[in-house]
Design a protein around this ligand. Structure first.
Ligand code: IPE
Ligand code: IPE
Ligand code: MG
Length: 239
């Protein structure tokens, strides 16, 4: 099997999964958060180098406070309960997104765990939290303009590599391009996720909602990926 280097997952469908069971939406978030651990393990086992998980978008801030507070609780719980295991797995943890919008209670858990695991050399696990691709691109343009004003950069230097380095994924360096994007829940859209980084990604859309996602689904998506011919605009093997 050809293993993608960077896999990104849009973990969607928690609310619908719960509603179908006549339970409140947050029930789906609780079950959904428990799906992260086995998927991280499987990604590591498969030899995937970077795994980016879309946990909360810039647009998700419009959701009710009650729902958001459950999501933050679950994020804190995940980090607290998993940090040791992630450390043992040599996972390097990162976050992409406007984390300055997160409350101090979340930051006080998130920042030390990221710091603790940032020196590791294994799988790069990135949580996209308060992430939006348009926000990321606008921010990159602003940071570059500021560097031009202070003389660190010249406008004529701007190219694809330099723009990439100003994105939140800039720290991923050669892994910043996404090879495979998986979206659960049957929705066939991108929802402001890694627009630049997925320019030549393969997409796999699954009908299962995120609370039903298992390591087998990840393997099936990787299998599907390995059967695709990526041509990058060329004429490929049959040309
Ligand atoms: C994904 O599930 C989790 C987040 C976006 C935080 P949803 O909450 O979007 O569930 P659906 O799509 O409404 O079913
Ligand atoms: C995308 O799902 C964001 C995450 C999974 C975190 P949404 O549920 O927010 O996307 P839309 O609203 O269906 O496009
Ligand atoms: Mg959704």
């Amino acid at each position: 099997m050809r293993i993608p280097r960077h896999v990104a997952i849009i973990m969607d469908g928690n609310g619908r999964w719960a509603r179908r069971r006549h339970r409140p939406r947050v029930f789906g978030h609780i079950r959904g958060s428990s799906r992260v651990k086995p998927v991280v393990r499987e990604a590591d086992r498969l030899g995937i180098k970077a795994l980016t998980l879309y946990a909360f978008s810039t647009e998700n801030w419009t959701r009710p406070d009650t729902e958001k507070s459950v999501l933050w609780k679950l994020l804190k719980k995940y980090l607290q309960s998993e940090k040791e295991e992630l450390g043992r797995m040599n996972v390097r943890l990162g976050v992409i997104g406007e984390i300055e919008r997160l409350g101090p209670d979340v930051r006080s858990v998130l920042d030390p765990v990221v710091e603790e695991l940032s020196g590791n050399t294994g799988l790069r696990l990135n949580f996209a939290i308060s992430y939006g691709s348009r926000r990321e691109l606008a921010r990159a343009a602003r940071l570059f303009a500021e560097d031009c004003v202070t003389g660190r950069r010249k406008p004529g230097e701007m190219d694809e590599k330099i723009l990439s380095s100003y994105l939140w994924t800039g720290g991923l360096e050669e892994l910043s391009d996404v090879d495979l994007v998986v979206r659960t829940s049957g929705e066939v859209r991108v929802s402001n996720f890694l627009l630049w980084q997925s320019a030549y990604a393969e997409y796999v859309f699954l009908d299962e909602c995120w609370p039903d996602f298992s390591p087998e689904h990840l393997r099936a998506a990787v299998d599907e990926y390995s059967r695709r011919e990526r041509r990058f605009g060329g004429i490929g093997g049959t040309g």
